[in-house]
Ligand binder design. Sequence first.
Ligand code: SAH
Length: 217
Amino acid sequence: MMESQGIGMTSQRTRDRLVQRLRSEGIENPAVLEAIRATPRHLFVDEALASRAYEDTALPIGLGQTISQPYIVARMTELLLEVEPHKVLEVGTGSGYQAAILARLVDKVYSTERIEELTGQARQRFRKLGYRNVRVQHSDGMLGWPRFGPFDAIMVTAGGEDIPKPLLEQLTVGGRLVMPLGGRVQQTLVTVTRTPTVYERVDFEPVIFVPLIGGAG
Ligand code: SAH
């Protein structure tokens, strides 16, 4: 792979610049910043886009989907880590980048993706890069992943109008879900934390995500 290339737009210096930028935008968790610094985002996009991988921007990954902007990845990860999760479910594997970030920070990551081709590509990346604590499945993530639940944290990386009920059910008490909630054009980043008695919702900044779609197609 190109990981050891060490020159040009994929160099360590370029990655450090991205981390500086995220810090200046308010990302504070040092473990999150270190995970971003250490993860080769250029290997999660097409080679033709590799030179743009350390810009703070979303990029197309084919099949109408996108790899999220690094700031959003960092922000959602930071919000999830507040509950100190061990086992995390991600809905919307996409390129696998977000799952790779989580894999550096928690014990076990389960990630589901409804587009089979993307599932396969992500699985191959994890194998090549030596991530052993990520498990990927081609399925409808709106159903969660009951076999391995409940989860200490759930991250949905596609936008929907409401939170799928199975996801709330597969959250441990004390666990937290983070998801873009809203319409097709724009959503709000929300966290829902499960207490012994209720689910507590907190709203954060506006975000733009591709839609969460039911069924594995
Ligand atoms: N987290 C990804 C970004 C994903 S974009 C990354 O780091 O690259 C959102 C992804 O969610 C798309 O790949 C889309 O196919 C997937 N998706 C949409 N609805 C889904 C569903 N119901 N279950 C699983 N994946 C879904």
